[in-house]
Design a protein around this ligand. Sequence first.
Ligand SMILES: Cc1cc2nc3c(=O)[nH]c(=O)nc-3n(C[C@H](O)[C@H](O)[C@H](O)COP(=O)(O)OP(=O)(O)OC[C@H]3O[C@@H](n4cnc5c(N)ncnc54)[C@H](O)[C@@H]3O)c2cc1C
Length: 436
Amino acid sequence: MNVAIIGGGAAGMAAASRIKRLQPKWNVTVFEKSPYVSHAPCGIPFYVGNVVKNFKDLCTYDVEFFERERGINVNICKEVEEVGDGYLIAGGEKYEWDKLLFATGSRASKLNVENEDLDGISCVNYIEHGERVKALAKDAENIVIIGSGYIGVEMAEAFLRIDKKVTIIEIKEYPLPEYDAEIGAILKAEMEKYVNFKFNERVVAFEGKDKVEKVITNKGEYKCDMAIVAVGIEPNIELAKQLGVKIGKTGAIATNSRMETNIENVYAAGDCAESINVVTKKVDWIPLATPANKMGYVAGVNMAEGYMEYPGSLKSQITGFFNLEIGKVGLSEKEAIREEYNVVSSFITSRTSAKYMRDGTIHLKIVADKNGKVLGVQCVGKDVAKRIYGASALLYKGADVKDFFFTDFPYYPPESRVWDPLVIAARSLFRKLGMP
Ligand SMILES: Cc1cc2nc3c(=O)[nH]c(=O)nc-3n(C[C@H](O)[C@H](O)[C@H](O)COP(=O)(O)OP(=O)(O)OC[C@H]3O[C@@H](n4cnc5c(N)ncnc54)[C@H](O)[C@@H]3O)c2cc1C
């Protein structure tokens, strides 16, 4: 059996490893266009900001490990250019497959404005961008970041860590626009202490002779030696389309719960594939690392003739700006309203440990439907990860506000409170839901 996997990132390598574990005699070949596999683009901001010193540390395992320990054939620097029925062409050579996985990931969206291809302008998307961006930043004094989603926020911190002047241009009114305004406002106030933040502005062009010198917006112009475009991502689906694979309404590859596409023996996993949003139960596109790994695992099991279904994900996420942590699981209030839920919500501020111990404040917003089913939790401040982990586990099981209230979160004065912020937030919804 010849299995071909296009893409050696999280999804591709998880699938390859699973297939070899379950079917050791099968021939499993990975095609990866970059020189790296099992890489961690999530670590790029920390490499650029010198928190991680060695670029190679961003790859969990190297090619030799996968070949020697797991028996996977790994072809790096080999871009797949064409895919047809039972074959593919990579680096000009033809390979045959009986089963195929698309694990091609996603790419950064472009702004589509004048001079976007000038030197000194980059996105941060593939692992190779880590080295490229760090090299560009070396000689730059003023850096403009366009977009303040989590990549924009994390890159701002990275550049500040290496003493650059950072301007961010954001078309919306606060950073992390997927979050609700109460959370965004706190992050905005903190970031504005260090970053020249321009909200409600749209980039219309870049200017420069040999390299970028200015970013032009609908409201002004900003001098820059380097610019990062971080305005979103889109799935890599072109090869799949070539083969006639169905693309879903989100724009990513349509899959069923076994990660099968509409074509027999052809699977898709990771950022290039659709899955289910566990809260809405609807098809969604959730391009994040933990779903990519698990989708890859499930695709691998099914490709190896096992049976496993991927239940979907919650879009759980954590990010940060220096000491401020930010996290979200499930839906924000505005997302819930967009999904036509009848919502109640509460925004609380609480300590995260006993009063006589260390400092620590968290701001937490909980959103539920009118029956009390919790739809999402967002928070900003200290000890955010703990609350997002707890809320994720509960949301995965479809918990309501009573479940949040009665969950026995442990108490230890330096680490938590008797009334955990998640419990306080849930209780604060009781009255709105007509509960005692
Ligand atoms: C800066 C940054 C920070 C992030 N931080 C987080 C985080 O904190 N938490 C989180 O959950 N997620 C984070 N993510 C997202 C996470 O990295 C992705 O969701 C994850 O990498 C997706 O895995 P994947 O295997 O689907 O795709 P990828 O990891 O992108 O792998 C796809 C691979 O396919 C290869 N490829 C594409 N086309 C071809 C072709 N034609 N031939 C051969 N190879 C091809 C690419 O080179 C790439 O290596 C971050 C992303 C970035 C860019």
